[in-house]
Design a protein. Structure first.
Length: 354
């Protein structure tokens, strides 16, 4: 297992130098944030980012994410050119030996929350989600009321997308995902890249939009769309863990032993009443996710891929990008590495890898 950390580029208040100081973190998860969705990620631009990361003594381990254009998810005729561009981006990352690609297939919005800075009794702040409150958000004037998405879409763009998706049900979305993967996965395989789909966050429909990557049977179906090792998962315990019916350690066992988990996102959520949750500190005791059992499962399947602490709270007065401060994520990385070390099989003789 390689411990990694997400970094948002030169604008990120959490610098590569700070990340390098977190014990045991050797890999970076990043992306090009200035390429319009659908355009090719140029090899030179990816190489420049890789160079910055290498200068800091870190490895560019994962691209999270190359966004999938809405026209691909909607199955519009323009998708073929967009898929061709996507393939070119994959070839470019593969040529630079960046071998893990995280992506998602969520219509319009990926992660959604109802408060990005909910104050907890200890004065830290966390992201929370309340399904009833979300349902009350008015999108008729655009995304202004949706935390984290205020400027993402104008009213016209959003209305256009929402009405286009009214014609796409879950089965059609599955069909459009299959169409995409049938074309992209062979290119990934040739390029030495493995793909990991990120589950839907939260793992249920929002605003009437179809959502399909939400539980074990969906993940199994996804793997069967193109039965190739390059077609795999980003296993996010925070996203899947919002639904208490998901057996997370069992899923790590079953998908990990098939060699299909390519990237691990470890995050804890405290699931409050149905379809409500609050992001909590990484250790098992603070949320509904049994992190020890999950790490045990990763140990048992011999997981060798990248892992990262996922969102953290804001603590110690830190300000910055919600969920992506330095301190709580660093505590998360240290906790996960501690579990990993403690769960080492005695016959492994104390090595830190494997
Ligand atoms: Mn995640």
């Amino acid at each position: 297992m390689q411990m990694t950390f997400r970094w948002y580029g030169l604008d990120d208040p959490v610098t590569l130098r700070f990340i390098k100081q977190v014990p045991g973190v050797t890999g970076i998860v990043s992306a090009l944030y200035d390429v319009p969705v659908g355009e090719v990620w140029l090899k030179e631009s990816i190489a420049e980012l890789k160079g910055l990361i290498a200068e800091a003594g870190l490895q560019f381990s994962v691209i999270e994410s190359i966004p999938v254009h809405e026209d691909i998810k909607l199955g519009r005729p323009t998708r073929d050119q967009l898929i061709e561009n996507y393939c070119q981006s994959i070839q470019n990352m593969g040529a630079l030996d960046i071998t893990v690609l995280c992506y998602n297939f969520m219509p319009v919005f990926d992660w959604t929350r109802t408060d990005l800075a909910f104050r907890l009794p200890d004065d830290s702040t966390a992201l929370i989600y309340n399904h009833d409150l979300l349902a009350k958000i008015d999108l008729s004037n655009g995304t202004g009321e949706l935390p984290g998405w205020a400027t993402a879409y104008t009213a016209d763009e959003l209305n256009g997308l929402l009405s286009a998706y009214r014609e796409v049900d879950e089965e059609q979305l599955w069909g459009n995902l299959a169409y995409f993967l049938e074309r992209v996965v062979p290119v990934a395989t040739e390029s030495g890249v493995v793909m990991g789909i990120h589950p839907d966050d939260p793992p249920w429909s929002i605003f009437g939009l179809p959502r399909i990557i939400k539980n074990e049977s969906a993940l199994q179906r996804l793997l069967g769309l193109v039965d190739s090792p390059a077609n795999g998962l980003t296993f996010c315990t925070g996203s899947l863990g919002a639904d208490p019916d998901n057996d997370l350690p069992g899923m790590v066992q079953r998908f990990g032993s098939q060699g299909r988990i390519h990237f691990a996102h470890n995050r804890n959520v405290k699931v409050t009443p149905e379809k409500c949750f609050q992001e909590s500190p990484h250790p098992s005791a603070f949320g509904s996710v049994d992190m020890r059992a999950i790490m045990q499962a990763y140990r048992e399947v011999g997981f060798t891929g990248p892992m990262r602490p996922d969102h953290g709270r804001m603590i110690w007065g830190e300000t910055g990008r919600p969920g992506y401060g330095l301190y709580d994520r660093a505590l998360g990385a240290t906790y996960l590495l501690g579990l990993w070390e403690g769960l080492q099989h005695p016959e492994n003789n104390g090595g830190t890898d494997g």
